[in-house]
Design a protein around this ligand. Structure first.
Ligand SMILES: Cc1ncc(C[n+]2csc(CCOP(=O)(O)OP(=O)(O)O)c2C)c(N)n1
Length: 319
């Protein structure tokens, strides 16, 4: 922590708490029927997108998953644009067509969330290949779950990234559940990071701790940017909520949920800030209130935004 000043630490906290509070609000408005489609929240996993994306520029690339709200917010999407898109409104970055699971914003390097498990991994490699070809100093990061690492696309992508020495960092957010299946049932190893060895690239498994993630992501991204090639970082956590909002989790032991919620990456981060006198309880509460107001006004903005006109449906459709 010694390497960070107070303003940086406050900014990291603000970004993490923004993700959490956006998702808490989304759970509410989704349950009211205000948002179409499905939503998958990343509550309990906020440290990863914030720590990783703090090393990226807007011109760097990011591909992510169906559990992608945190990644998009961490990569820099504004709360108003984000909400407009999730509410299916015309002024969202995808003109209301993406919803939660396919949110993209190329101006911010957000190549797209993906409803296809593992679908973002080769897309990140493609972006990294373009960065290498054009020598523009950009890197690509790719977020995915441990379930995605059983897909062929994960293995093909890591192999290709390794042999082409691409500037890409693979970030596995291992929350130990793939829909309704625990990791122990579909995988013969505990640390996904071991899979990196099969492709001759570095792989590391770390806990859901902001400072550790920041450190590892910093090293991997710097290596990728300076021509050192790809690497894999696995962050081990435990999913707090159901697979999607509305999932009653009948398949899951309540003790497993309690264990998940007892390890909170944001609370841990804040405790360390308190312990080192970087922030007071009042200041932290002030940040929460400020973020809450920002989110409430983003929701109002989205509610008051226009719906797309059905006559535009086939515009920008390429087949
Ligand atoms: C190619 C593909 N296979 C199966 C599914 C169904 N599916 C949706 S999410 C999911 C589990 C994903 O688990 P993981 O990759 O660990 O991500 P998490 O949901 O835990 O973030 C599955 C199997 C899908 N959407 N796409």
């Amino acid at each position: 922590m010694a390497t960070f000043n107070r303003d940086q630490l406050v900014e990291f906290y603000t970004r993490m708490i923004r993700i959490r509070m956006v998702e808490e609000k989304l759970m509410e408005v989704f349950s009211n029927g205000e948002i179409p489609g499905f939503i998958h929240v990343c509550i309990g996993q906020e440290a990863t997108p914030v720590a990783v994306c703090s090393h990226l520029d807007a011109t760097d690339y990011m591909a992510n998953t169906h559990r992608g709200h945190g990644h998009a917010l961490a990569k820099g999407i504004r709360a108003t644009d984000f909400m407009a898109e999730l509410f299916g409104r015309k002024n969202g970055p995808c003109r209301g067509r993406s919803g939660s699971m396919h949110l993209a914003d190329p101006d911010l390097g957000i190549l797209g969330a993906n409803g296809i498990v593992g679908g973002g991994i080769p897309i990140a490699c493609g972006a990294a290949l373009s960065a290498k070809y054009f020598k523009n100093n950009r890197v690509a990061v790719c977020f995915f779950g441990e379930g995605a690492t059983g897909e062929g696309t994960f293995h093909e992508s890591l192999n290709l990234a390794a042999v082409l020495n691409l500037p890409v960092v693979f970030i596995c957010e291992n929350n130990q559940w793939a829909e309704f299946t625990p990791q122990t049932v579909h995988m013969g190893i505990r640390d996904v990071a071991e899979r990196a060895a099969a492709y001759g690239i570095p792989g590391v498994a770390i806990p859901n701790d902001f400072f550790r993630i920041h450190e590892e992501a910093g090293k991997s991204i710097a290596t990728a940017r300076t021509g050192g090639g790809p690497s894999l970082i696995e962050v081990q956590s435990l999913r707090w909520h159901g697979h999607f909002v509305g999932d009653a989790q009948k398949y899951r032991n309540p003790e497993n949920i309690e264990t998940a919620m007892s390890a909170d990456c944001i609370a841990d981060f804040l405790q360390r800030l308190y312990a080192d006198n970087h922030i007071t309880h009042e200041e932290a509460e002030g940040i929460r209130k400020q973020v809450q107001e920002e989110i409430l006004s983003a929701v109002e903005y989205a509610r008051n935004s226009p719906l797309p006109d059905p006559s535009e449906l086939l515009e920008e459709l390429w087949v």
